[in-house]
Ligand binder design. Structure first.
Ligand SMILES: *Cc1c(COP(=O)(O)O)cnc(C)c1O
Length: 364
């Protein structure tokens, strides 16, 4: 028997979450963001469930090729644009739309020979200070692009840094609109958090929304709100089985560094999942986990191939019992990836992107 660890992708949940986005932004078209191999889910595995999106957004040219190989003929947007001049040839050949966030990219486009003018998304840096033209340089960039025969149409984009938190979107939205109010072109403003939390303010202002994490069933503003609060469903389950049992006596310790010590007798299960599977090593004692769909906790340190869990709340558990590291158990119980991420001091994004190569995937 192969080692029992498995990542299962839930296609009905992906479609459900996409429908949630549509409901939150009914007048916008949707870029389904599938960068990082669809947030670790696998582009080919999510494709069918998300193909009712209006376009796919990503940043790796190889991933764009994979979408075209799936016979996707609708828009694809490169969120970081081109990295070098020859990327533009692939854009022309595959019909990729691309963002323009710096003068070097305009230079490359000006030197590019193509019969087919490009659709570009000109990016403003409204305060995030990663990619984009400063507001005072934005119009000059627009004017330059607009004069190029290589450009068919210019859309306008920016990215919110705080749509999930108390700072919100007002200052960035204002910075964007002050500069762009009289420019033509479609707008793309919102990530997941802005789409769900600020849909009312953004209605009519964002022709394209760019949701990523919500499609994958994670709450963009956890722990303020949970995935269940937003009616999002988990799209990935990481599951394994119990492959060993120990009956601890009071005073017994567990794992490397003996970081857990039993203060009373306790039944412990050993699970075939460790940090080499992508389960975070920071998920020490207390991290939630489901055994037979019942919530219990990790004990002691995560090792490379194993974790140990408390079986006290699950007296019927034994060898081979189902363990759900995150996602949905067979009995329907859900453990949100966001809760596990929090125990590791990180976010669901990182966990789903980091499932290791050695973990087999299933699609249901
Ligand atoms: C990743 C990304 C998104 C999606 O962000 P989520 O928080 O996952 O919704 C949107 N826009 C850009 C430019 C991105 O890089």
């Amino acid at each position: 028997m192969p080692r029992p660890i498995l990542a299962t992708i839930h296609t009905a949940a992906l479609s459900h979450n996409l429908a949630r986005v549509r409901a939150a932004a009914p007048d916008s078209r949707v870029w389904a963001v599938v960068k990082a191999n669809a947030y670790g889910h696998g582009i080919e595995r999510v494709f069918d469930a998300l193909r009712s999106a209006d376009g796919f957004a990503l940043l790796d040219l190889e991933e764009a090729k994979r979408l075209r190989a799936l016979d996707w003929r609708s828009p694809i947007l490169l969120l970081e644009g081109c990295f070098e001049a020859r990327d533009l040839e692939l854009c022309s050949r595959l019909g990729l739309w691309h963002s323009i966030h710096c003068n070097e990219q305009i230079d490359m486009l000006a030197a590019h020979k193509t019969q087919l003018p490009h659709r570009v998304f000109l990016k403003m840096n409204t305060g995030m200070n990663r990619l984009g033209f400063a507001p005072e340089r934005f119009r000059a960039a627009w004017t330059r692009l607009n004069a190029l025969p290589q450009v068919e149409e210019i859309s306008l984009m920016q990215h919110f840094s705080d749509a999930d938190g108390p700072l919100g979107i007002a200052a960035q939205l204002q910075a964007f609109e002050a500069v762009t109010h009289d420019l033509p072109g479609e707008r793309s403003l919102s990530n997941s958090a802005a789409t769900l939390r600020h849909g009312d303010v953004l209605a009519g202002r964002s022709d394209w929304v760019r949701p990523g994490i919500v499609l994958y069933g994670s709450a963009p503003d956890f722990p303020e709100r949970s995935a269940a609060d937003w009616d999002l469903q988990p799209t990935m389950t990481l599951s394994s089985k119990i492959i060993g049992l120990q009956d601890l006596r009071a005073g017994d310790t567990v794992g490397y560094g003996s970081s857990f010590s039993a203060d009373a007798p306790l039944r412990l299960g050993v699970v075939a999942c460790g940090y080499a599977d992508g389960y975070p090593r920071h998920c020490t004692t207390g991290t939630p986990v489901l055994v037979n769909g019942v919530r219990t906790r990790v004990l002691a340190r995560v090792s490379m191939d194993m974790i140990t869990v408390d079986l006290t709340p699950v007296p019927n558990a034994g060898m081979g019992s189902e363990v759900t590291l995150w996602g949905r158990a067979s009995n329907g119980a859900v453990l949100s990836i966001d809760e596990v991420a929090r125990a590791a001091g990180t976010v669901g994004y990182e966990l789903m992107c980091a499932v290791a190569q050695r973990v087999p995937f299933a699609v249901e």
